[in-house]
Design a protein around this ligand. Structure first.
Ligand code: ADP
Ligand code: ADP
Length: 208
């Protein structure tokens, strides 16, 4: 059983790589960001609590996230392993995860801060299937998304102003996790400032 953690700053390419690795590994993507956005949209208790944090670029409290993950890991498709995308993001979250599953490898996507703003501000996703695109770096083909749709969706928090807060949260609360995983020998660094396909190939190599 393989439990992969995709680690890195906002906009590093975690979601992009998770979508590609899903095809190669058969493992489902578990994205706490996607789960929270679905909760906000459905106006559940979790969504109502999370919304203000997300809008301001701050992290949602650990206990909310840990409860979400505990529920998610009970589902059938998680039994054979998963790919965590955007989780864990704090040391307490990583400690809670260790009680639930054994993490097999942490793929840490390294991208310098100065790249992050341009990546996030040009990001959009397919309004139908959720595939991730970028205005300049990964544009929608003229024939539309591979699912056939031309619908584009943009995130409310993908603004230059919110990115600054998200990067700060990353450096203060999430980056220390690299040491946590390095100490257990699980951390595998991936240069994320390259072509999307090269990064995917490197990640698959790291898994073998
Ligand atoms: P994350 O899930 O880490 O927040 P995404 O996968 O959503 O990041 O990527 C952020 C944006 O950067 C998207 O618009 C995506 O198309 C683009 N992107 C992802 N990987 C690369 C790359 N290697 N080079 C250039 N742009 C990229
Ligand atoms: P990014 O593209 O920045 O990596 P995500 O989609 O992973 O963004 O997360 C969007 C927002 O959801 C974050 O800014 C944060 O408010 C919240 N969030 C997502 N995952 C977590 C987590 N594991 N812990 C705390 N907050 C989270």
């Amino acid at each position: 059983m393989l439990n992969i953690v995709l680690f890195g700053p906002p906009g590093a390419g975690k979601g992009t790589q998770a979508q590609r690795m899903m095809d190669a590994t058969g493992l489902p993507q578990v994205s706490t960001g996607d789960m929270l956005r679905a909760a906000v949209k459905a106006q559940t208790d979790v969504g109502l609590e999370a919304k203000n944090y997300m809008d301001s670029g701050a992290l949602v409290p650990d206990q909310v996230i840990i409860d979400l993950i505990k529920d998610r890991m009970q589902e059938d498709d998680a039994k054979g392993g998963v790919m965590f995308d955007g989780f864990p993001r704090t040391v307490p979250q990583a400690e809670a995860l260790a009680e639930i599953v054994d993490v097999s490898i942490v793929l840490a996507i390294d991208v310098p801060d100065e790249r992050i703003v341009e990546r996030i501000c040009g990001r959009f996703s397919c309004g139908n299937c959720g595939a991730v695109y970028h205005d300049s770096f990964n544009p929608l083909p003229e024939t539309g998304c591979t699912c056939g749709s031309f619908a584009e969706k943009r995130r409310a928090d993908d603004t230059e102003q919110t990115v600054v807060a998200r990067l700060e949260a990353y450096h203060q609360q999430t980056a220390p996790l690299a040491d946590f995983y390095r100490a257990s020998g699980l951390l595998h660094l991936i240069d994320g400032d390259r072509d999307i396909d090269l990064i995917t190939a490197d990640m698959l190599k790291a898994l073998n």
